[in-house]
Design a protein around this ligand. Structure first.
Ligand code: FA5
Length: 343
């Protein structure tokens, strides 16, 4: 009897070790055979030996052997299930480098817009926003575009209804703010704008603008020029040439468009992939607020004057980063996008 007890203990220990070393179905079957095979299984042997014991010893020994057999069967079943689970079949190789997880980050255009905002905030401007779906009144009429006026043709507009449209520029926010706030006003108004445009390297149907507006007594064109020059030189770290060109907008008089010298070829490459050999790129429209706009918002044009500008954020980012095709920003190729993300 003592001998049998000893072997039961010995097999219990040995089984624990054997089962812990099982790594696949083949070795599992080997363990099963070692202990439970009908002919040579260790537990089968023990059961056979029961016959040799006295009637008093039999029940206790039989109970212990059966317990061992049950434990072995349960363990074999548990390990078999584990081997079939995907966690086990997908072996983990701890020597391989880990999978890199990228943290989310703002889009490069958002980051660039924040840079623009920071510069203006440091110059004493505050930030305002307005709706992306606008009425005809705010997008056009209040800005001195009468209905059917040919000046509207310059803005390829996406209408929602006859009176509602996706705003074509951020200038309507000027009106919304001036209706509520008396001068002095010194604000920028960033946001998305929409035009019915076929995308090409320098045009998108959805892009970003930062509108600026300063209204007070005695504001003149020199303030406009000085402000934009300081802003652009800060944004481009001084390395920039700036050119003001006469232009026309119904809501400013006089009006100008501002170009920057090509950041890639400095005007010296006739085949330049960025400026196309032109040497200059238009990035914003600007001018002195038209007296009619002041009248539309019940502000006295004899007392107050102001300047406004509308900067294309994507267009400017293109030249800041020397990217020859603005569409890259929105094609969501992560190899491109990741170059600009904050480290
Ligand atoms: C305007 O939108 C005027 N509201 C700007 C303005 C504001 C003038 C205040 C006077 C006073 P314009 O359509 O030129 O103007 O657009 C301004 C800038 O937006 C352009 O210089 C360019 O940088 C950018 N832009 C215009 N069209 C597109 C386009 N399709 N895709 C990307 N950027 C564009």
């Amino acid at each position: 009897m003592n001998d049998l007890n000893k072997r039961i203990e010995e097999y219990t220990k040995k089984f624990k070790k054997d089962i812990s070393e099982v790594r696949d179905k083949k070795s599992l079957q080997e363990v099963r055979n070692t202990y439970l095979s009908r002919k040579k299984g260790l537990v089968t042997h023990l059961l056979r030996e029961l016959k040799t014991l006295s009637p008093e010893e039999k029940p206790e020994a039989g109970k212990r052997i059966n317990e061992l057999k049950e434990t072995i069967q349960e363990e074999l079943q548990r390990v078999e299930q584990n081997l079939e689970s995907p966690r086990f079949t997908e072996r983990i190789d701890l020597t391989l480098p880990g999978k890199k997880r990228y943290l989310g980050s703002p889009h490069p255009i958002t980051l660039f817009q924040q840079e623009i905002e920071d510069i203006f905030v440091r110059m004493g401007f505050s930030i305002e926003t307005g709706p992306e779906v606008e009425t005809d009144y705010y997008n056009f009429e209040a800005l001195n575009f009468p209905p059917h006026h040919p000046a509207r043709d310059d803005w390829d507009t996406l209408y929602v209804t006859d009176d509602l449209l996706l705003r074509t520029h951020t200038s309507p926010v000027q009106i919304r703010i001036l209706e509520k706030k008396k001068p002095p006003v010194r604000i920028i108004m960033p946001g998305k704008v929409f035009r019915k445009e076929t995308p090409d390297p320098t045009h998108l149907p959805m892009f970003f603008q930062v509108e600026g507006l300063v209204v007070d007594e005695g504001i003149n064109f020199a303030h406009l020029k000085g402000t934009l020059e300081v802003f652009l030189k800060t944004l481009f770290h001084e390395k920039i040439r700036i050119r003001f060109r006469p232009s026309f907008f119904p809501f400013t008089e006089p009006s100008a468009e501002v170009d920057i010298g090509c950041t890639l070829c400095q005007g010296e490459d006739k085949q330049c992939r960025l400026c196309g050999g032109n040497g200059w790129i238009e990035i914003l429209g600007a001018g002195m607020v038209d007296p009619q706009v002041f009248k539309n918002v019940n502000t006295d044009p004899e007392k107050y004057s102001g300047f406004a500008f509308g900067l294309g954020v994507d267009r400017t980012a293109m030249f800041a980063y020397q990217i020859s095709d603005m569409r890259n920003f929105f094609e969501n190729d992560l190899r491109f996008i990741r170059q600009f993300l904050q480290k």
